[in-house]
Design a binder for this molecule. Structure first.
Ligand SMILES: [Zn+2]
Length: 119
């Protein structure tokens, strides 16, 4: 049997002669790491979009269904350049949260249909 070291943890591999990882955990770790490196830009963008959605939810819980200007969104940490979709009716989507322009620098948050407000 050949002396093989694990591609992930560098420990000695026991098992089949063509085995290159010491365990399923190390194999998954290697491939997950490769995936994260390959898709770093997309994953970073997704993270910001999901953060935007969280911040929209917080704003919605605080202010409800009112018109807010862009300063409020910026101050709360929303990064408006990171949206996953802009619908033809002008609704910007951040994950499942929406932002509708209703006037000159005035926007309303559109909660997902599934969202229930604590009232
Ligand atoms: Zn290993």
């Amino acid at each position: 049997m050949k002396d093989i070291t694990c591609k992930t943890c560098q420990q000695k591999v026991h098992g089949r002669n063509n085995q290159i990882y010491c365990s399923q955990k190390c194999k998954n770790e290697f491939h997950n790491d490769k995936y994260r490196k390959r898709h770093v830009n997309a994953l970073t963008t997704l993270k910001v979009i999901m953060n935007n959605a969280k911040k929209m939810e917080k704003l919605y819980m605080r202010y409800g269904d009112v018109a807010l200007n862009s300063k409020v969104f910026i101050a709360s940490g929303v990064e408006p350049g990171y949206t996953n979709f802009t619908r033809t009716d002008g609704l910007f989507e951040f994950d499942d949260w929406g932002l509708k322009e209703i006037g000159e620098d005035l926007y309303k948050i559109v909660a997902p249909r599934t969202h229930k407000r604590n009232e």
